[in-house]
Design a protein around this ligand. Structure first.
Ligand SMILES: Nc1ncnc2c1ncn2[C@@H]1O[C@H](COP(=O)(O)OP(=O)(O)OP(=O)(O)O)[C@@H](O)[C@H]1O
Length: 877
């Protein structure tokens, strides 16, 4: 607080002193997780009754003396490694000793970025998942042991080094030598791989890439950590029995399997993060390069989520489509209920309320921190804490009331939310805060201010403090009067908490006070441009009022601390309520999307079927003026099919649609549209179609859109092969496989052969997956490489062709209708013309294509020189 006086001038307005925050309370901040990396050793109950011992040295348990022989207990081990990168991606891999197999999960995203805390549910989810898998396969309940390992064990480079040393990677070594020939070396048979210009390591790495998707760096790092652990165990095993046969050594790895990959997410544009256009745009404290959601299906839905926890939940749902019919139906029911016209008002009320709701997890952490530390920043936070809590209580009551009112709602989530909101005592928490905290003043002053009328003593102190303004003004005038009249000096009287009252006099050019007062003035301290003195008046004020500000703060801290303790009694319930707001928000986002994008409820059925009427592609339909919807019918598996369901061709029960059609006719869009409809249905959303009848699909496997990257070792064709190899390894009768133009990156005959081989294999599987494939290899049909069969349906995307297309403006009209049967042409040259390729080049391409079609000698034809060149040559001769 300060009062300023200039000699012979009117006094300036006094102002309050800056707030000095203080530390108060003694409650320690919650300890964050000690680390982000952990091992989980899940050992099933030993059959011999031997005591469980951890192979890892931990504080509580010394390293075991594993001097006993390896028994069946070794086979009971499942070793899982989990890691989180600081931008919210969790990876996981585990080893099953009984199967001698390492499973690698695809990288998962917590939905929230930046904190270990945010990933906690995902950690637990993954762990529970593994735990459940282990228990159900053996029907024995596992025990767990956790160990924390150094980060180097989780590095991707180390992981790759370990993966290439596995026996499985060397199985095809004899073939690897032909994969990457060095330029200039032709690569005759018998040459060593190193002679061929690529190392054995690279070759093995390529082979490994056909089993696992190395675009999941966190999970691949975890696999490395699991392998490191197994290596240590084997070392112990060898030391026990140094001459024992190695194949009897436990903890061998003979198989690798990737459980889910990121490829499908990218190729279907489900979730796509784009790097921030400004690479250096990384705000303070940002731990990773910033990214934003690009054009994606998730982006279309995310815009309807209002809370941070709702957005996080939505992302989790998008990353984890369900195969549980009950879960899917419950979500569909929820959307159905809140899409009803009589519930529209409630939907609006809830979404409005959700806009004011914050995620209480960080709010509660700040409440703890504010109580234990109380730096200036934290004091600022506290204001937000109370405002957020009050808003939460207030608006959650609105949501609670709307849920209660909702008609026709027999929904588990509604029941759960009502129960949680009631248990959270929202009224009580809200009233407590409202009675004590002066929210407006707190925000203005950047600290928690207690309301007037709550504590008499505090009110009196505040009155006295407020009266200081006029008191300081008068004192400043008094002092100014004692300064000689010829000196024009600014005199201020300033109150600093802890330092008390001081006279402030400006410094001159020589950094000396412009006035030093009378004998009783004592210089206390100087700053850059002022000197501060105490005289008898200041000492008197110090004595009478000096502690007042400190006393006010202390009293307020006491009251607020007490309030915080009372609120923290409801912490768990409030956090649950905040989480359930996220659940509601995510499903309400689905509900709003359903009405905004005109989605309909799919009928989820137990049969292995995809039956879509007038399906659409959500992203594509936004980019074209009029989108043409299409139907789809596919049956997977081996079960008997109700042939009435099939289209006009009686008895046809296709598990595969093989699409042909000109370039640009909509083949890729069609196949992606089917996959997306299925995907949306299985995350619990309504779908873009007039109607859809869908059976549960366990995986969507894709060979679409090769992503070329300089950081990748593979060529385009190799990458295609690896994608298809991953598909074939993971496919089941319940899967949907999309194959877009496989085999185009190599010699035509090889490509056709490989494509036919793969399609034939998929059709012949007893438990056949549902497949949509697109190809430009018309030779497949012309030479009958794929025998017709009921499981195979040929289809094409319709186009209207003008015979004299060279002259006509619109040579090909794309109708984008899916039609049964095959198309005979690719119209590649017309596409080239449409896309701006020079007319002369297109004409020449047409000429060569028609010669080839007539079976004429292309060499002779190409040897004919153009007329101008012939003339020039004649003249030269
Ligand atoms: N059903 C549709 N309705 C309207 N426009 C469509 C439809 N399907 C596709 N398109 C348009 O056609 C374009 C090309 O589609 P798509 O990439 O699927 O063709 P394609 O047959 O796979 O081509 P290519 O064989 O060259 O890969 C799309 O970008 C879109 O603009």
């Amino acid at each position: 607080m300060r009062s300023s006086q200039k000699r012979k001038r009117s006094p300036g307005a006094p102002r309050r002193p800056p707030i000095t925050p203080r530390t108060y309370g003694s409650r320690p901040a919650p300890t964050p997780y000690a680390c982000t990396r952990a091992f989980y050793d899940l050992e099933r109950e030993p059959s011999s009754g031997r005591q469980f011992q951890t192979p890892f040295p931990t504080e509580s348990q010394p390293e075991i003396d594993d001097s006993q022989n390896h028994t069946d207990d070794d086979l009971n081990h499942v070793i899982a490694a989990i890691d989180m990168k600081d931008y919210g991606t969790v990876g996981c891999a585990y080893y099953s000793a009984v199967e001698e197999k390492v499973y690698i999960l695809g990288d998962c995203h917590s939905g929230e970025t930046g904190t270990v805390e945010a990933c906690r549910p995902l950690y637990s989810y993954l762990l529970e998942l593994i735990f459940r898998v282990c228990s159900t396969t053996t029907k024995i309940s596992p025990k767990r042991q956790v160990d924390v390992r150094p980060s180097q064990e989780f590095s991707v480079t180390n992981a790759k080094n370990r993966l290439v040393t596995l026996d499985i990677s060397s199985a095809h070594e004899d073939r690897l030598r032909f994969l990457v020939p060095q330029s200039g070396i032709s690569g005759p048979e018998g040459l060593d791989t190193e002679d061929m210009g690529f190392t054995l390591r690279e070759g093995r790495l390529l082979h490994i890439s056909s089993s696992i998707d190395t675009d999941n760096p966190v999970s691949v790092g975890c696999a490395g950590a699991v392998l490191a652990n197994l290596q240590r165990r084997r070392a112990t095993g060898k030391s026990m029995d140094p001459i024992g046969p190695t194949d009897q050594c436990p903890f061998l790895v003979k198989h690798l399997e990737m459980l889910m990959g990121s490829n499908t997410f990218q190729s279907l544009q489900i979730i796509q993060s784009e790097s921030h256009p400004n690479f250096f745009n990384q705000g303070p404290g940002t731990k990773s390069p910033s990214s934003k959601e690009g054009l994606s299906i998730f982006g279309l839905f995310q815009r309807f989520a209002n809370t941070p926890q709702g957005r996080a939940k939505l992302k989790q749902i998008f990353f984890r489509p369900s195969v549980d019919l009950d879960i899917i139906r419950q979500r569909h029911d929820f959307i159905g209920v809140f899409s009803r016209p009589d519930n529209m008002g409630l939907l609006e009320k809830m979404t409005k309320a959700l806009k004011h709701i914050k995620n209480l997890r960080p709010v509660m952490t700040n409440l703890h921190k504010g109580i234990s530390t109380g730096s200036a920043k934290i004091t600022g936070f506290k204001t937000t804490v109370w405002a957020s809590l009050l808003a939460f209580a207030f608006y959650s009551i609105d949501i609670h009331d709307s849920l209660r009112e909702a008609s026709g709602a027999n929904l588990p989530l509604r029941a759960k939310a009502l129960q949680i909101f009631e248990a959270a005592q929202l009224y009580r928490v809200g009233r407590m805060i409202q009675e004590i905290v002066d929210i407006d003043n707190s925000e203005e002053q950047g600290r928690t201010v207690v309301k007037q009328g709550l504590d008499r003593e505090l009110d009196m102190m505040k009155d006295r403090y407020d009266g200081l303004n006029s008191l300081l003004k008068h004192v400043a005038i008094d002092i100014a009067m004692t300064i000689p009249e010829d000196m024009e000096i600014d005199v201020n009287v300033i109150y600093f908490p802890q330092l008390g009252f001081n006279i402030a006099i400006p410094l001159n050019d020589r950094e000396q006070p412009t006035y030093s007062g009378t004998d009783d003035w004592e210089l206390v301290f100087t700053t850059e441009n002022r000197a501060y003195f105490k005289d008898f008046r200041m000492r008197e004020l110090d004595e009478k009022l000096g502690d007042i500000y400190g006393l006010i703060c202390e009293k307020e801290i006491e009251i607020v601390y007490d309030l915080a303790q009372r609120v923290l009694q409801y912490e768990d319930m409030l956090i649950e309520a905040s989480d359930v707001c996220g659940d509601l928000d995510s499903l309400l986002a689905f509900t709003q999307s359903a009405s905004f994008y005109k989605l309909t409820r799919p009928r989820m059925v137990p049969e292995n079927i995809i039956k879509i009427k007038s399906g659409r592609h959500l992203l594509q339909e936004m980019t074209v003026s009029s989108y043409v919807p299409n139907d789809t019918l596919l049956f997977g598996g081996r079960e008997e099919v109700d042939h009435d369901q099939a289209p006009s061709q009686a008895g046809l029960a296709p598990s595969m649609i093989l699409l042909t059609g000109p370039n640009y006719s909509g083949k890729s869009v069609y196949m992606k549209q089917v996959a997306l409809i299925l995907y949306l249905a299985q995350i619990g959303s309504f779908v873009p179609a007039d109607s859809a009848e869908l059976g549960i699909t366990d995986k969507i496997l894709t060979k679409i859109n090769t992503q070329e990257s300089v950081s990748k070792l593979q060529s385009t064709f190799m990458s295609d092969l690896q994608q298809i190899s991953l598909c074939l390894k993971q496919v089941s009768g319940r899967s949907l496989v999309l194959i877009d133009e496989f085999g185009k990156g190599t010699d035509g005959n090889d490509g056709i052969g490989l494509a036919c081989g793969i399609l034939d294999h998929l059709l012949n599987l007893e438990d056949a997956p549902k497949v949509i494939a697109a190809t430009h290899f018309h030779e497949i049909f012309e030479h009958n490489f794929l025998a017709p069969r009921p499981r195979l349906q040929l289809g094409h995307m319709e186009v209207k062709v003008c015979d004299e297309y060279r002259e006509a403006e619109d040579q090909v009209t794309y109708l984008y209708n899916f039609r049964p049967g095959r198309s005979s042409k690719s119209f590649g040259t017309i596409c080239a013309a449409i896309n701006g390729i020079d007319a002369a080049i297109v004409a020449r391409a047409d000429e060569i294509a028609s010669l080839a079609a007539r079976g004429e000698n292309l060499i002779a034809a190409c040897a004919i020189l153009p007329r101008e060149e012939t003339t020039v040559l004649r003249q030269a001769v």
